[in-house]
Design a binder for this molecule. Structure first.
Ligand code: EPZ
Length: 429
């Protein structure tokens, strides 16, 4: 993999077959960071092999943790060697979830120095609510030269009310509160499946967290967390991406290793556009052969329709019959892929945080550029649906969050190829 790789897709073929979903990126990045809180080594299984995880592991390693890769999805992390709670600048800048080191380092060391996080460019991504939570627990915060510095003599359990629904803020509040003295109550907490998975991981280690998955989470601080073996939940968004790709290509796909309950909002919307979706214990079967229908959609925090599925679903709607209206105001910049889809013939108008999509019979292949992770996945789906050849550039965004995306799609019959896009050096004779 390198930064300049691109995908070349010959589209127009239905996806057929079965695909296995990897571990959840957004649970794994939190749980890898959470190992800092442990007093003993932890073994993590079902960790997706994606570049965001490589960065998180590199951050731990640079701070002094021992990392043993057992196989590509299993690793043992020994946090006992971490002595310097400072996250290296360049590594933090390349991923949003580097903000999780604020909460975990604060929890363990009562101090943290972490560069302002990077990651997907979805518009302004403030961390004021994270800082509010740390302040409530007794930490002071200073931001200087792009570095966020937290300090506390001790962390004391408290009441934290989030003004907005924030996944990252909720996770950071949990991290600091598990090692605080006494009881913390988080109100208006986010309810995403990865928050429940993180709480399960920490509780297995000996934490006392109740109510994860509801909007009130109660945490009684503990002084010791023991090492555990833990398997990450399947990736809701990766599964949803294959579900949409199956319907969008009029395919017939079994998506295995999923938790169907986590996919309900996606399942309901796919049925609305005319796809058949059958749920089994750990699989979902999606097939579509008739015309796709238009629909309206608004993204919402879990259990609503996830913003991380909006670009893929909107892309499918470009070839539905009629007009669809999609509203996504969770971030201010989640329609940047639309101008790329227009190159493929899509008829989409964006007004503020709403896209109005007028369905056309088929997209046509073109050269397009991934603007962020889910936009990249959406453009690959567009290429699979389109006639002719599509080139998707900047696929390093996709590698941040999808394990073996091209190989998994090839397994479903897609004609997709990864090529290195490098300038050959001129020979000097
Ligand atoms: C998480 O981002 C996910 N990332 C995102 O996944 C996902 O899109 C997002 O949650 C919403 O579901 C990870 O889990 C690593 P938020 P996060 O805090 O935590 C505002 C993907 O494609 N806000 O819930 O950064 C914020 O600007 C990605 O996998 C504040 O104003 O999202 C946004 O408008 C990208 N102040 C809204 O809240 C704060 O202090 C929701 O953000 C924090 C957030």
């Amino acid at each position: 993999m390198n930064n300049m790789d691109k995908f070349i897709i010959h589209g127009g073929k239905p996806l057929i077959g079965s695909v296995n979903v990897s571990g959840a990126k957004n649970a794994a990045v939190a749980i890898v960071a959470a190992t800092i809180l442990s007093d003993e080594p932890c073994t993590l299984e079902n960790v997706p092999e994606i570049s965001d995880i490589s960065i998180a592991l590199r951050i731990l390693y640079e701070m002094g943790a021992g990392i043993r890769i057992i196989d590509k999805n299993t690793m043992r992390i020994d946090p006992r060697g971490i002595s310097n709670p400072v996250v290296p600048y360049e590594l933090a800048r390349s991923m949003r979830a580097s903000s999780y080191f604020l909460g975990t380092l604060l929890g363990r060391f009562k101090k943290a120095d972490v560069p302002m996080p990077g990651g997907c460019d979805l518009g302004d991504r403030p961390i004021d609510q994270h800082i509010k939570a740390f302040n409530c627990l007794g930490a002071s915060c200073a931001i200087d030269g792009g570095i966020v510095s937290l300090r506390a003599d001790e962390l004391i359990g408290s009441q934290i009310y989030f003004d907005i629904n924030t996944v990252g803020g909720t996770i950071n509040a949990i991290f600091a509160a598990v090692k605080a003295k006494g009881l913390t109550v988080i109100e208006n907490a986010a309810k995403e499946p990865h928050i429940v998975d993180l709480a399960n991981f920490l509780n297995t280690m000996g934490a006392d967290i109740m109510g994860a998955g509801t909007d009130v989470i109660k945490i009684r601080g503990v002084s010791v967390l023991k090492g555990v073996d833990y398997a990450i939940i399947p990736d809701q968004i990766e599964a949803g991406t294959y579900m949409v790709a199956a319907a969008a290509t009029k395919g017939n796909v079994w998506i295995n290793n999923v938790i169907p309950k986590h996919l309900e909002s996606i399942t309901a919307k796919l049925r609305k556009v005319g796809a058949s979706v059958e749920e089994y214990d750990e699989s979902i079967h999606v097939h579509a052969d008739g015309p796709l229908l238009s629909t309206s959609l608004k993204t919402l925090p879990h259990p609503g329709f996830p913003t991380d599925m909006q670009p893929q679903f909107s892309t499918m709607l470009t070839v539905s019959e009629g007009t669809s209206v999609v509203t996504d105001d969770i971030f201010d910049n989640r329609f940047r892929y639309v101008s790329e889809l227009r190159r493929m013939g899509a008829n989409i108008k964006v007004e503020g945080t709403t896209a109005i999509i007028q369905g056309i019979p088929q997209l046509t292949g073109a050269s397009v550029r991934a603007t962020d992770l889910r936009a990249g996945a959406a453009l690959v789906i567009a290429g699979l649906m389109a006639s002719g050849t599509t080139v998707v550039e900047n696929i390093f965004h996709i590698d941040r969050g999808y394990e073996n995306f091209d190989d998994k799609l090839k397994g479903l019959g897609a004609d997709i190829r990864r090529v290195a896009d490098y300038e050959p050096k001129r020979r000097v004779i």
